[in-house]
Design a protein around this ligand. Structure first.
Ligand SMILES: Cc1cc2nc3c(=O)[nH]c(=O)nc-3n(C[C@H](O)[C@H](O)[C@H](O)COP(=O)(O)OP(=O)(O)OC[C@H]3O[C@@H](n4cnc5c(N)ncnc54)[C@H](O)[C@@H]3O)c2cc1C
Length: 508
């Protein structure tokens, strides 16, 4: 490739970002005969796709048929209404249609590349079980997609951070400018550039603009900074639904070592073995294995707060109304951390069904004893509140005082919201705490406006020549709330954008 200012050494299609959408785009572009280059800013591909749980909701899949489930894209389309909430009037229904119509085929394609899925499992309020869960873990996405891309001759450049789209004389895109090893390099694209740079869950500027109250709350994925949105907007592209942000969610801090499930190699053999075993053997056999994952990747259910668990910070101080938006308040606390404190009444309640601490919908529930077994670092128990606070390094007496004040407040406000919700006082020893917890933005749905060929639209609505977008940055107003819609969108839109870009006429 030529250095800045040099001439036109070019590929056909440049893909910005090597997550699920970018790698899918690259595979299809190369399959259509295009010389294709992926530029990925991180030292390894995968982005949020690699950090995800990895589930996919799809209707009409071969796994559903094998399980005797009759399901259709039309029903899936209707069920998605149940998730869109306050933003439903803003949805791009043409893109939702495209998603549900292609989801099952996307899943079959992923399986043809070596990914394995367990299920389908129930995921209410979806009316049929249609959640397909990747095994052994979501690292299988970059692993299998990256392998297929390289097999097709795609060049994947890691550590290449794209920061500008280059303009051609016709006003469209002619290439990109990137920083590689501190050096500026320009790359030219004859047919198209596919933006697949993920979301802005950790992009403070974008959050400040659309949801200022969330600007200080970090994303789960620290490198999801909305670069694609920023570059395209600077080029004249239109952004839609910037306010749609998922979170802040409460998450337990990561274990010092990744969980067993995340350490497993994402190979086809292991995936097959797990898929077969999970489909044919009782789930209880896999409980320890599933729990190792759940207690490492998931946060507590709000039901614990409703039952009476209290949130305190590292100073042992209660800092918020647990029934309001605790995620916002946690982010303001020292080191952004909080602990759930509760007594033996709540502990007993959340030690067995029907009350769970956390859940992977349709797969399994984790109870308090699972945290003792799998996350000793998060589990605290003591006979009295002073000992509990001391065990967590809180100032002497602070936790006891906080809980006493909370109990007194509950007693003094019998008609309060907390009392109406059934929140009891924290009185019965022994006492327990789970934490630290942090508050994180998980996903954002704001994206570039695109048409159904995944071409990016300018603010006036015209197509920007040769600029395509896929995955999170190319959501175009589709609302993907609920589990398992984002990855299937990433792969579906990526494949389509890659194909359209490869088939576009060459730039003059
Ligand atoms: C904890 C968690 C769990 C989730 N679980 C699920 C789930 O179970 N099911 C589901 O459907 N969705 C899930 N999601 C959401 C889903 O993972 C994402 O929406 C989806 O993977 C996005 O894919 P993508 O290809 O658009 O972006 P990404 O996978 O984030 O890929 C974008 C890539 O672009 C690169 N990039 C960014 N900027 C630049 C730049 N300037 N230059 C070069 N490269 C750049 C990034 O480094 C990254 O590799 C989850 C998300 C999280 C955080």
């Amino acid at each position: 490739m030529k250095r800045a200012g040099a001439g036109d050494a070019a590929v056909d299609v440049i893909v910005v970002g090597g997550g699920a959408s970018g790698l899918s785009a690259a595979i299809e572009a190369a399959a259509a005969g295009a010389r294709t280059l992926v530029l990925e800013k991180n030292a390894m591909p995968g982005g949020s796709s690699r950090l995800s749980v990895g589930s996919i909701n799809a209707a009409g899949s071969s796994l559903q048929k094998r399980a005797g489930i009759v399901d259709t894209p039309d029903e899936h389309f209707e069920d998605m209404d149940r998730f869109t909430g306050a933003f439903s009037s803003r949805e791009n229904l043409a893109l939702r249609r495209l998603l549900v119509d292609n989801a099952a085929e996307t899943l079959e394609w992923l399986m043809s590349l070596g990914l394995c899925f367990y299920g389908p499992t129930a995921d209410p309020p979806h009316r049929h079980p249609r959640m397909h869960n990747v095994v052994p873990n979501s690292r299988a996405y970059p692993y299998c997609l990256g392998r297929e891309a390289r097999r097709r001759g795609v060049e994947i450049r890691l550590g290449a951070r794209v920061d500008e789209l280059l303009r051609a004389p016709d006003g469209g895109v002619r290439g990109v400018s990137a920083l590689i090893d501190g050096e500026r390099v320009q790359f030219q694209a004859r047919r198209g550039v596919v933006l697949a740079a993920g979301d802005y869950s950790n992009g403070s500027e974008m959050k400040q603009r659309f949801r200022p109250e969330l600007a200080g709350i970090p994303g789960v994925n620290p490198t999801a900074t909305g670069d694609g949105h920023r570059m395209a907007e600077a080029f004249g592209a239109q952004l839609v639904n910037g306010e749609v942000v998922y979170g802040p969610g409460l998450r337990f801090v990561e274990p010092a070592r990744p969980s067993l499930v995340r350490r497993l190699p994402p190979s086809w053999w292991l995936g097959q073995l797990m898929q077969l075993s999970l489909n044919h053997l009782p789930i209880r056999w896999f409980r320890p294995f599933v729990m190792a994952f759940m207690t490492a990747s998931l946060g507590p259910e709000a039901a614990m707060l409703r039952a009476g668990a209290v949130l305190v910070n590292a100073e042992g101080r209660r800092f918020t109304d647990e029934l309001a938006q605790p995620g916002l308040a946690i982010a303001q606390q020292p080191r952004g951390l909080a602990w759930l404190v509760f007594d033996s009444r709540v502990a007993q309640m959340f030690s067995a069904p029907p009350h769970h601490v956390s859940t992977a919908p349709g797969v399994a529930f984790a109870y308090l004893p699972d945290y003792l077994r799998h996350r000793k670092d998060l589990y605290h128990r003591a006979e009295n509140l002073d000992a509990l606070g001391a065990g967590m390094g809180m100032p002497a007496g602070a936790l006891r005082q906080a809980i006493q004040a909370h109990n007194a407040q509950l007693a003094g406000e019998p008609s309060s919201k907390a009392a109406a919700a059934g929140r009891g006082a924290v009185t019965e020893g022994p006492f327990y705490a789970l934490g630290p917890l942090e508050s994180r933005i998980v996903i954002t749905d704001g994206a570039l406006a695109v048409n159904t060929s995944h071409q990016v639209l300018a603010t006036g609505g015209a197509v920007i020549p040769r600029l395509y977008a896929a995955g999170s940055v190319g959501q175009g107003g589709a609302l993907l709330a609920g589990n398992g819609h984002h990855i299937v969108w990433a792969v579906t839109s990526g494949r389509r954008a890659g194909r359209f870009a490869a088939q576009a006429p060459q730039r003059a």
